[in-house]
Ligand binder design. Sequence first.
Ligand code: FES
Length: 111
Amino acid sequence: MIRIRFVSADGGEVREVTAPAGERLLDIAQADGQPLEGTCEGQMACSTCHVIVSPEDFGRLSPASEEEEDMLDLAASATRTSRLACQIWIEDQMDGMTVRIPPEQRNMQGR
Ligand code: FES
């Protein structure tokens, strides 16, 4: 099992979950109750699955496709280590990775 740490938008809540390799990060986050809408269900058409990967862990992910980069350009509060959670499939080398929920997602949920 691969451990993934989710940090809330304000940094106040940290949750560690485990998932098998091959799972999609968006599905893992939603199963844990993280406020990622994923409105387009992985079609790279919404960016509501935007997450911020911790800079130390970013290099462990396979590079984003051009479509993903284009969509991230439109995401509010995107950073250099932003990714779309619907485009990340868990791999062994991601064990212990930290992922932060961007602030807008929290506001959309009214939390
Ligand atoms: Fe819409 Fe990821 S779920 S871009």
